[in-house]
Design a protein. Sequence first.
Lengths: 794, 228
Amino acid sequence: MEDVADAVVGSWSIQFWPTVGLILLALVYFRGWLKLRKQVPHRFDGWRLASFLGGVGTVFLALGSPLDTFSNLLLQVHMIQHLLLMMVAPPLLLLGSPFLPLLTGLPRPIVREAIRPFLLWNGFKRFGRWLTHPKVTWIIFVVMTLGWHVPPLYELTLRSPTWHIVEHACFLGSGVLFWWPVIQPWPSRPHWPEWAMIPYLLLADVQNTVLSAFLTFSDRVVYPTYSLVPQFPGMDPLSDQHAAGVIMWVPGSIVYLIPASIIAMRFLSPRRHARDKLPTQRAWKPRASEKVDKVETSTRSTQSTAAVRIPAKRRELVATGHAAPPHSPVFDLLALRFIGRVIRSLVFRRVLQCALFGLAILIVCDGLFGPQIGPMNLAGTLPWTHWRGLSVLALLVFGNFFCFACPFTFARDLARRILPGNRQWPRWLRTKWISVGLLAIYFWSYEAFSLWNSPWLTAWVIIGYFVVAIVVDGFFRGASFCKYVCPIGQFHFVQSLVSPFEVKTRDLDVCRSCKSYDCIKGNEQQRGCELRLFQPKKESNLDCTFCLDCVRACPHDNIGIIAVAPGRTLARDPFRSSIGRFTERTDLAALVLVLAFGAFLNAAAMTLPVENALSFSRLTLDLISRPVILLIFFFLVLGLLPLATVTGCAFASRWFGSIPATLRGISCRFAMTLAPLGAAMWLAHFGFHLFTALLTPIPVIQRLFLDLHIATGGFPWWTLRTPGIPQLLDFQCLALDLGLLVSLYYAWKVSLGLAAEKRKAAPAFLPWAVLLSSLYLCGIWIVFQPMEMRGMLH
Amino acid sequence: MTDDKSQIRRSARRTVLRFLGVHFEELSVTAEPNPFVICHLSSVILLISLCLAGNAFGDGGSVQLHSVSGPFEITLFAEPPLPRAGQIDFSVLIQDTKSGQPVLDAAVTLAVTPVQVHQNAQPAWYPPSCAVSPPVNLAEVPLLHSGASNHLLYGALVEIPAAGVWHVRTEVRRGNERADVEGSVDVADPFPPIANYWPWFLFPVAAIGLYVLRERIRVGAPGTDGAP
C-alpha cells in the first residue's frame, strides 16, 4: 500500500513550456516587486509577493502535480484541478497587485517599445475597461464554467490534449477576470461600489450550486470516459462523480462565501463611515500609464550604479564641469567585481589559449595516428560537433569567445619571437575577398571530402591553419591573418554582430580629452589594437577579436564589455574605424551573403532530400565525381543565387522605393541585414549537432586513454547515447523565428533610412522581406527533414 | 567581524540576484529596443525548466485494450487518444483481479506487429531529434514505471512507422504468474509537421502584426509624428 501511495505522490507530469512561462512570470514579478518596494513599501509588502508566488505555485501544482496525472482517471481529481485554476490561483495572483510589478519587472525597452504604445491606446483602454466590468466578467465566468461542463465539450477535452489546454486556459483566464472586480488589484478603478460584490459572488455561487448539485444527485455517469477507464477499489464512476460534485459544491461555495462575508463585514463596520469621508483607495482614479511613468522615473533615479565603472578621468571632467554626470548606467561585464577582473587579465587569456592549443595538438595527433572513423576519433567529434556548436552559442550569449581564446594567435605570438613580423600587409589585399574565397572552399570541401568523417584530413586542415597563421603574422605586422585571411575569424566577426555584448568605450567624453591614443597605439606595457580599431570610432563587433588589448592599454580605464542591443549597428551606416561604411564595402557584403546562404546550404546538405537530389543529378548528368557535382551545386547556391537575388531585390527596392543610391550601395546595406537570420540558422544547425551528440567524446576519450595505456578511463562505452531533448525542434524553430524577426526589423529600419519618402519605405522593404521570408521557410523546411547523424556512431 | 559577515552576505545576495537576472535593470537602459535583453535570464529559466521537465510523458490517453487475464486485470492506454503513426505513448495499468489494487512489481513487455499497414500512405514523420533514439525492436518493448508520468502505470514511447492496423500484445510476468492481453489498434496517418509545430510558425506572423499595429497606433497618437 505504501508503494501505491509513493507511486501516486511521485506521479508528477511537469511540462516544459508551461514551466518556463511560470518561472519567467515569477521572476519578472519578483524583480518588479523588488524595485517597487523601495518606492511604495506599504503597497508592496512581503505578503503581496507571497500571494503572487502562491498563485503561480498553485497553477504549477494544478498543471504539473499528480492532480494532472490522475485527472483522466478520476473526475474528482479533475475537479480539484479545475477549482485550483478557477478559484484559488486567480485571487492569489490578483492579491499580489501584479500590474505594476510585472510592468516594472520587464526590461524597460520592452515596456517602452512593445507594451506602452498599447497601454496608451484609447481602444485598448476602452477594451480593458469593458472586459473588467463586473457584468462582463460574471457572464464570461459563468459561460466558461457551464460551457466546459457540457458533456460533449468535456469529453472533447478528455480526448484531445490541445482542447484540454484550451479549457485550462479558459478556466484560468475567466477566473482572473471574475476575481478582478472583487479584489480590484491596485491601481485599477472599480466600476461598482464594493457592496455590489456581495450579490456578484452570491449569484456566482448559485450557478456553482446548481452545477454541483446536478453532478452530485445525478443517477447516471455524465461523462462516459470515466466509466471506460479502470476503476480503483471502492471508486466506481458514479461515486467518483458524486464526490466530484461535493468537492465543487462545498469547497467551491466556501471560496465564494468567504470574500462575500469579508466585504459584508467591512461594509457594516462602523469605522467605514469615518473612512468614507477620506479619499479611499477604491475611489482613487489614476491613469495607469502616468503611474507607470512616475514609478519608472523614480526608480531610475535611485537605480544602483554599482555595475558602472566611472573612469577616474571622467570623474575629473565631471568635477571640473567639462562633462555631464553619467545619467544612463549600462551593464558592463568588466565592471563586475570578480568576473571582470578575471576576463581582463592577460593570464586568463593565455591560460585559455594554452588549453585550446594543447587540445588542438591532441586532436591533430589523434587525427593522424588514431582510428580513421570520425565518431571514434577526437578529430571527428570535437572540432565538427562540439567546438562549432559551443562557439556559436557563446557568440549569441556572450560574444566572440573563440577569438578571445584562439590557439592560432597563441602559436603566432610564440613564433613572432623568432620571425620579424615587420612588413605591411599589401594594400590591395586589405579586403575580405581572401576570406570569402576560403570560406566558399571550406564549405565545398567539407561536403566533397566528408571532412567531418575524416580525422586525417581534419588534422591536416588544423596543421595548415597553424602554418598559415604563423607565416602570415610572422612576416606581416599587426593581426593581418585575423583581419584579412582567417575564415573562422570572419565567421565569428559576422555572427558577433548579433552578440549582446560589445567591446566599446564607456564614455566618449573621456576619449575626446585623451591625447595618447594608447588603445590603438599601445604603450610600453601593452600593445594597442592589432586590428586597427580605434575605440571612439568603433561600431559593432566587426573585426574585433575580444583580445582586450585596448582595455589593458587604455590609461583611463575607459573601455568595457558593454551590453548592447544585438545587431543595433545594422540599422545605421556611420563611418566605422578600420572598416568604413557598409555601403562602400562590397567585400563585406559578399562575406555576409556567403555566410548567410552558407548556413542554409551547409545544413541542407545533410538532409536526405538534398542528398538524393545530388545523387540523382550525378546520374542524370553522367558525372562520376561527387566533388564535381558539389562544386556546381555550391557555385550555384553560394555564388549565383546570392548575386541574383540580392541584385534583383536591390533593383526592385530602388525602383519601388525611389531610393537615390546606387545598386551596389543598396545591396551592401541590405545584405548586412541577412546576418541575424544566418546566425539563427547556424545556431539551429550546430545546436542540433551539439545536443544530439553531446556525450560522444566520452567513449572517444576512453579509447584515447586506452591507446595511451592509461588505465583510468576504462573500456570505451561505445553504446553510450546522448539522451534526446524533446524540445530540440522547438528551439530550432524559435531560433529561426527570432532570426527572421531581427533581420526583418533591421531591413525595415534600413528601408526607412534609404527611401526617398517615408511612404516609399514599405515598397522598398518588400523585396527584402520576401527574400528573408523565403530563406526562413527554407530553414524551417531543412530542420524538419530527416538528417544524417554526423559525428555519431548510431 | 559582524560587518564583514553582513558585507559578505550582501555581496552573496547581490550575486544571486544578478545571476537570477535582477541585474537587467542596468541592461534595460540601452538606447534602442533590445529584443534579446532577457537572454541570460531566459537561459537560466530554460535550464531550470529542462531539469524539471525531464520526465513528462503524455501517458494515459484513451483505453485501447482491457482484459482480465489470470490474476491480473490489464488495461492498455495510448496517447494520443487517436493513435497516429509516429511516436505513441503506450502505458499499461495492471491491477490485482481480486483486490483491484495496482500491481507495481511486475515485468511488462509490449509487442507491436503490423497486420495491415498502408504501404502507400504518407510515411510516419519523425522530428530529427527522434533519430537519436531510433525505433526500438517493436517485437519486445519493455514498459517501465519510469517511462510513464503516472507511476502506477508501466509505459514507453513507441515509434510506429506507418499507419494501418497493428496487432498489440502486452505480456505481464510476476514470479510464476503470467498473463497477457492482445488485440488490434488502428493507427491513423501522421499529422504533418505544421500541425504539431504551428505555434512557432504563427509567432513571427503575430509579432509582425503587433508591430504594424503599434506603428499605426503611434501614427494616430497625438503629439507624435509617427517616426519609429
